[in-house]
Design a protein around this ligand. Sequence first.
Ligand SMILES: [Zn+2]
Length: 875
Amino acid sequence: MSEKMGILRRVAGYGILSCAAMQLFAGAAFSQVPSPESVLGFHVGEDRKLADWGQVVDYFSKVAAASPDRVVMKELGKSTLGKPFVALTISSADNLRNLDHYLEIQRRLADPRLTTEQEAEQFIKDGKAVVLMTCTVHSTEVASTQTAMQFVYKLLSEDTPEHREILNNVIFLLIPSLNPDGQDLVVKWYRKYVGTPYEGAEPVEIYHPYVGHDDNRDWYMFTQVESQLTVNKVQNVWHPEVVYDVHQMGPGEARLFVPPFLDPVDPNIDPLITSETNWLGTSMAQALAADGKKGVAVNAVYDEWTPARHYQVYHAGLRVLTESASAQLASPIRVSVSQLDSHALGYNPQQRSWNFPDPWLGGEWHLGDIVSYQLVAYESCLLTVARNRDAFLKSFYRLGANALKPPKGYPFAYIFPIEQKDPAAAAKLLNTLRIGLVEVYRAQAPFTVDGIDYAAGAYVIPIAQPYGHYVKTLLERQHYPDDRQYPGGPPKRPYDVTAQTLPLLMGVKVAEIRNPFEAKLEKVETIPLPPGQISLSSKQYLLRPDSNNAYIAVNRLLKQGAEVSRLQSPLADGKQQYPAGTFVIRSGQVRDLAALGVDFATTSIALSDAKPLHSPRIAIYKSYVPSIDEGWTRWVMEQYEFPYTSVHDSDIRLGNLHSRFDVIVIPDEMEPAIFAGNRKRSTDSEGAAPSQGGGSERALIRQPSEPDEYTGGIGDAGVESLRQFVSSGGTLVALNRASEFAIDRLNLGARNVLQDVPPEKFYGPGSILSINVNANHPLGYGMESQSIAWFEQSPAFAPMFMQSSAPGARAVASYPSGNPLMAGWLLGDALIQNQAALMDAPLGNGHVVLFGFRPQYRGQSYATYKLFFNSLFYF
Ligand SMILES: [Zn+2]
C-alpha cells in the first residue's frame, strides 16, 4: 500500500463529513512531504549509511518548501567553520500563522512581574507549550540527527491523533545538529573507512574544532559560536518549557537512558523542575516499555549537578536527556551479556531492577535500533507535553514566580566593586551573566553595605529576579556532597566536574550580601570596559601585567616589531608601585591598545633591570588520541593572539625542534596517549574487515583500531628530541596530566606525590583549590600571591634529590598548609598540603614547566591564564 493510500484510509475513519473533507485536504498536503529516502537515497537507520550535513540541510529545506504552513527553517548563523547553523519551527498551520502571539505569551509567562495571576490564567489557556530538541552536540553519537529527519517526516506525513495533538499543542523547535562541523567531520571520516579494517573507528581529532566533547559543557560561559547562537536566538527568545538533548553512551550500557537523573541535584534547581523532569522522563520510559523496547533505564549514571550542561533548568525549563547505547558509528555490533557494564552507576545492565525493569540481554545492535528507540522517545516526549500543555505552562509561570521570592538562606544580592585587579575579567563575567538574561544594575551614587563603602559605578545583582537561581549557582561556592559507594568506600564518580564559582575562576572580587540594603541603581544592558589611560607624549611606557588583556597588547606590539621587555623585580616610581613582570615598551604604536582596558604609564626612571621579550615561536602538540584540552588551549591562545603551530607525533620524533620553536606545549593528556598513542591493528582475525551485508561477525566491544598512520605516539625518539629541545634552551610546557609524562620520561628532579594513590585516599574530580604563588618568579608575574587552581584528576609535585649538580625543580605555586578546597569536592586534602602545584624544572639550558592543574580550563579560569601566558614567554 502506498503511503498516500494509507493516509486516506486513516483519514476516512474520522467523524462527520465536513471534518473528513478537511482531513482529506490536509492529507493531500501531508503526502507532499518528501520522505528521507527519496532525498537521501537510503533509509534512515540503514547499516553503514549516514547523511552528512549538506544532505541534512537539503532534506529539511525540501520539507520546509513542501509544507511551508507547518515548517519554517531558519539559518541562525554560521558554525565555527562556516557551515549553516539551522533551526526548524514545526507546529500546526494555525499555530505558525499566530507565532508572534504565542511568542508574546511565552514572554509574558516567563516574567511574572509583567503578568498578573489572572492574566497568566488566560495565557495558560491560550498558549502553546514550547519544546526545543537539540541533536548531535556530540558528533560521534551519530543517530539523533538521522532520527530527526525520519521523525519530522512521520510527524508531518502520518496523520495520527497523536501527531495532531502534538502539532496543535506544541511549538516544536528543532536544532538538527548543535555541531554541524563535527557532523561532517565524523561522517566524512566514517565513509572513508567503511569496508576497511578501520570501519567504525573513532576520528583522530576532536569533533568540535576547539572544544570537542566539551561543546555541551559551555552552557554558562558561551565561549563558542554554536552555544551563543542557540542561547541568543532560540533559548532566550522562546524560553522553552522543555529542552530535549539527545545523546548516546557506550555500547555496554542500557539501550536507552531517560530521566529521572541520579543524585546529586544542584540545590539551586527549583524542586518543581526536578518533579516535572521525573514525570516527563518516566512517561517516556513507560511509552518505550509499551512499545516493547527492552533495556530502558531511569535514574542511572547521569546526575544533575553542573549548570554547564543544564542552562534551561535555571531558566524555568526542564532538560530531558536521553542516552542511547552506541553501535560503532553506523556499523552494527554484537554484544554479549557479560560485556554489559555490571558496574554502571545506579543500576546493573545485566539485572532487572525497579529503574531497569526489562533488561536487554545482548545480541546485535544496529544504528536502526537506536533510531527506532529514539523515534518512540521523541514522540512520547512531545506527546506528554502536548497532552499536559496547560500543566507545563502553569509550572513555567510558577517557576518564574518562585524565583522572585527566593528561598530562605539565599543572599539578598551580589556586589561587584569597581576596584578589580583585572577589570576586563570583571566586565567579561558580568557580560557573560547578561547572556544568561541576568539583570545587572549599576550604582549611580556611592553606598555603604555591612560597613563597606562602594563607589558609584559598582555593579549590583539582586537575587530576586526570574533567573536568580542561575546567578547563585554561578557566583557562590559549591559544596559537593561526600558521595561514596559505601560508607568509607571509594567515591561515587560525579558525571562531570563539581565546581563552577565564576568569581574564583575568573579572579573577580564579588561580595555576597545577606541582608537587604538600599542604593541608587540603574539597570544596564551591557557592561563596558573602561579604556585604559595613556599619555601619548612618552617614549617609554610601563604596562602592568595585572590584566590578561595586557598580553594581547604585548602580542600586538611584538607583531609590530616593537621593543618590549619585562621588569625582573618590583619598581617604585614615586607613589606608583610596579610589580615584577611589568612590561616596558620602548617603541611601537600604543594608541589603540588602551581600548583593551590597560593603562600605559610613563616613567623617567632608567630601567636597567628589564629583560627583553621576544615573540615566541610556539608549538602545540596535537595527539592522534584527541585531547579536548588541546582544543581549548588553541582557543585561548587565539583569543589572546599568541601565534602557534600544531605539531604531530612525527614532527616531534623528527627532532631538531629548537631550530623551529622556542616553546612546546603539551596539553592535558595521559602519558600512554602521548608516548604510545593509538594501538596498531593486530593482524589476527578479530581485526579483519566486517562483512558488508547483514550482521557483523565481530565480537564486540572491541573498538576497531585507527588507521596505521594515526597509531604510535611520540615514542622513545620523540622523548629524546624533546630532551634535546629543552637542553638546547627550549621551554616545554606540560599541562596537568601531561606533566606526569614529563616527570616520568625526562628525569626532572620532581615527583608526583599522588602517583598510585587510590581514589578512596585521594580524589579531586574537578574542583577549585587555593594556591600560593611566587609572583616574583617569571612564571608568576602579574599574579596575586594567593590564587586558585582548577584541579581535575591532577598531579601534585614534590622536589626530588638530584645526584648531579644540576639545580632541581623549584615550586612557583604551592598548596597551602590546611585544606585548599575552595569549591567542589576533594578527598584526602592532607596529601597535597604544602606540595607544589606549579614547578619550574631546569634541564640543560632550558626549562620544563610543570602545571599540576589546568590553567586555561574550558576558557573559564581567567585567574590563572597569566601563569600559562608567562610560560609562553619563558625561554
Ligand atoms: Zn553525548
